[in-house]
Design a protein around this ligand. Structure first.
Ligand SMILES: Cc1ncc(C[n+]2csc(CCOP(=O)(O)OP(=O)(O)O)c2C)c(N)n1
Ligand SMILES: [Mg+2]
Length: 736
């Protein structure tokens, strides 16, 4: 496909006079800008050809968006500011320093593709040294990361010591170099259609609340695939809709005009660098090459409309401008274009020779290659608390020890920030200072006292927006902070699911270890609450253990909670830390404070009761129920049940399970979640597969009924697995 032509008489920037200059750009910079724009368009043309020849496998063009992209690239600083572009930002990336060859390597999916090593589609940019942060494909999920990135920059400017890497810290910091600039800006772009996503509005709100230095750039080409803007955006103008957000600097520009765009970005960047707040640049652009190669816009756009767009083609407009201004003559233009063509030819030829990564590398970088949280480095002993003479140290609840662990770790590591709904003691700090209130510290009080001790820079309430909690945390973690965020109830984790499934867990893998975002999401989970009902009782851990790249931990007692939470915080992977609400203050499983260095490695189960006749594999709130059932069975029938507490669900401890089942020859898998397709189904399948010869009985499961948890306690009892259900299953299996 060729570059779209426009009428030479069309002026750039509405007839800007020569005497006005070039918005601070020199003539050489203008030529450079044109070279970048032309290169961008020609890379698209080349890729389209390569796709038709089946030499690359996907194509997404930046055509029509070149002027605004180059303008942003020239106004901002690669490797200094931070960039969360989207797939139309080819010209921006070229302006920031990405080479055409690297773009073709993306297309062929080469091992040497610096953005992903062949894992992510082309036009999904990721270049760590330029601060272009890895891109996924869901529309708009990068926007919250940009907010978190800006928050991290500001946090580090206020807490520069947090960037230090203590010698022998033994934790993720050893591998997380942190850099920041006091006046850095974070750029994030999106299409007009993407502004309909809820996360966009969550991000705008968070940026306005925090007066964060984020430039939001909406590249409005009037369509989201086939859906026109007036069907997408109420009133047809995103600028009008966002105009009420406080603290913003707003720009609405012709994004096909590089000079108007450059001037807008200069103003936006200045506003952000001064710390006045975020900026919103609404750039009207065109989309001359359909949505993608899989789309033919002639099916929904008449020629007349497409021709009107073509009149505003940024590449030809800029070319005409250079000619009219006498910056380049015909010969100069020809020469430049020839140089670009020759360079692209060489780049394509080289890229076509590049090799893919060997297939055996496909699981590399799902997790940190630097820190193995299952290793003995995370196996430390509790240090006995000193108690008054003749007295035993106090037995602490799981809630107490989680709170203590958070406090200890915050003292040790200034990169830790805690936020979520209601986690602060009191957002109106003056009430605390005047001692008018005691403070809340979470609906379960797990974060009580932390804001008072560490300040509201480090412990703060977020808006009620779960995607924003995880998305912002992901952006912060990408910069090297260690967010330990809270999702108030597991039942409400679902708005964050896109962030967890498509961002948090994929960032390291899809960027081929270029970026990572180790953080901890603490979530109150589970039922047995007598009155918790459908929306305060859910389990569903298997939905998360099904996600590669995410560690999932589920302790059943105080000591394990403390040891595993510390490992979660110090390790280098994203961790979902599931805290059973019913166990928070249970008398079962209380323990003395184990000291500030106590850790338990991931993937190490615990035999909570040894036995010889039957193995019960379980975790969480089923543990005390299984113990009760097993003790009854032993009392009544002398059956000795071995109970294994998995503690960590990904990774999980297969060896301990296999050793036990090989000894008892009988296995019962028990879990609180609904029976079908639950976590235990995988365990049961593995036992059947790998220990078939050892078994004297079928592998059985005890779990919740395949329904929701009801409010009425009698119904709740009938739905969730009870000690008696476990007892009957154990008895039956032991007899089999
Ligand atoms: C969450 C999500 N939903 C749907 C899609 C499929 N999709 C990809 S691009 C696109 C349209 C985006 O339009 P717009 O934001 O205007 O950007 P443009 O492509 O026009 O630059 C859609 C629906 C997706 N990638 N992600
Ligand atoms: Mg669009």
């Amino acid at each position: 496909m060729a570059t779209t032509k426009t009428e030479p008489k069309l002026a750039l920037a509405n007839g800007r006079q020569k005497s006005k200059g070039y918005e601070g750009l020199t003539r050489e910079q203008l030529i450079h800008a044109y070279r970048l724009m032309y290169t961008s368009r020609r890379i698209d043309d080349r890729e389209i050809l390569l796709k038709r020849q089946q030499k690359i496998f996907f194509q997404m063009s930046g055509a029509g968006h070149e002027a605004v992209g180059v303008a942003a690239g020239l106004a901002l600083k690669a490797g200094y500011d931070w960039f969360y572009p989207y797939y139309r930002d080819r010209a921006l990336c070229l302006a920031l320093g990405v080479e055409p060859y690297q773009m073709f390597l993306q297309g062929v999916g080469a091992a040497d593709d610096p953005s992903s090593g062949g894992r992510q589609m082309p036009s999904h940019w990721s270049y760590p040294s330029l601060h272009i942060v890895t891109q996924s494909s869901p529309t708009g999920s990068q926007i919250l990361h940009a907010v978190g990135c800006a928050e991290a920059g500001r946090y580090l400017a206020r807490h520069p010591k947090a960037a230090d890497i203590p010698a022998d810290s033994g934790d993720y910091r050893q591998f997380r170099e942190v850099s920041f600039q006091n006046d850095e800006v974070t750029y994030v772009s999106l299409g007009d259609g993407t502004s309909s996503e809820g996360e966009f509005w969550e991000a705008m709100n968070a940026a306005a609340l925090g007066k964060l230095p984020v430039i939001f750039c909406v590249e409005d080409n009037g369509y989201a695939i086939s859906v026109p803007v007036e069907v997408q955006t109420a009133g047809g103008s995103i600028s009008r809709l966002v105009s009420g957000f406080p603290n913003f600097h707003f720009e609405e520009i012709d994004g096909t005009d590089p000079l108007a765009s450059f001037a807008a970005f200069q103003r936006a960047a200045k506003y952000c660098r001064q710390g006045l707040g975020p900026a919103f640049v609404h750039a009207h652009v065109i989309r001359p090459y359909s949505h993608s190669l899989s789309d033919d816009e002639r099916l929904y756009r008449p020629d007349s409309e497409r021709e009107r767009d073509a009149q505003r083609d940024p590449v030809t407009r800029t070319q005409m401008y250079l000619l009219r201004e006498g910056i380049l003559d015909d010969k100069g233009i020809n020469q430049l274009e020839k140089e670009v063509e020759a360079a692209l030819q060489t780049a394509v030829d080289r890229a076509l020779e590049a090799l893919p990564s060997p297939p055996e590398t496909v699981t590399n970088y799902l997790y940190s290659p630097n820190i193995d949280a299952s290793s003995s480095a995370f196996d430390t002993q509790p240090i006995a608390e000193t108690a008054a003479e003749g007295k035993k140290p106090a037995a602490r609840t799981m809630a107490d020890l989680i709170n203590a662990t958070l406090r200890d770790e915050m003292k040790r590591d200034e990169r830790i920030v805690i936020f979520g709904e209601d986690v602060a003691d009191c957002s109106r700090e003056e009430y605390l200072k005047q001692k008018l209130v005691k403070g809340k510290g979470g609906v379960f009080k797990l974060t009580f006292g932390l804001q008072c001790e560490f300040g509201n820079d480090r412990v703060f309430n977020s808006p009620l927006a779960e995607a924003a909690i995880v998305g912002r945390a992901t952006g912060m973690a990408t910069r090297g902070l260690k967010p330990v965020v809270e999702i108030q109830f597991f039942d409400y984790i679902w708005p964050a699911m896109m962030q967890i499934r498509d961002e948090l867990s994929t960032i390291r893998w899809r960027s081929n270890n270029g970026f990572s975002c180790p953080l901890v999401i603490r979530v109150a989970i589970g039922g047995y609450l007598t009155g918790g009902a459908i929306y305060h009782s859910q389990c569903g851990e298997s939905i998360f253990t099904h996600i590669p790249g995410l560690r999932v931990v589920f302790p059943s007692n105080s000591l394990d909670a403390a040891g595993l939470l510390r490992t979660a915080i110090r390790c280098d992977d994203p961790v979902l830390f599931l805290e059973h609400k019913r166990l928070y203050r249970e008398s079962y499983g209380r323990a003395a404070y184990p000291g500030p260095e106590y850790m338990i490695p991931f993937g190490k189960a615990k035999v909570v009761q040894p036995g010889t006749d039957l193995t019960v594999i379980t975790y969480g709130a089923v543990i005390p129920r299984a113990l009760q059932a097993a003790q009854k069975l032993e009392r009544e029938q002398g059956v000795k049940v071995e109970i294994i507490d998995l503690r960590c669900l990904n990774p999980f401890d297969w060896d301990t399970m296999a050793t036990s089942v090989s000894k008892t020859n009988r296995a019962l898998v028990a879990y609180e979640d609904t029976l079908s397709w639950g976590y235990g189904a995988e365990i049961a399948a593995r036992i059947a597969d790998q220990l078939f010869d050892q078994l004297d009985a079928p592998v059985r499961r005890v779990a919740a009924k395949d329904t929701f948890v009801a409010y009425q306690p009698i119904l709740e009892d009938a739905i969730l697995p009870q000690p008696n259900d476990l007892y009957l299953a154990m008895k039956d299996l032991a007899r089999y």
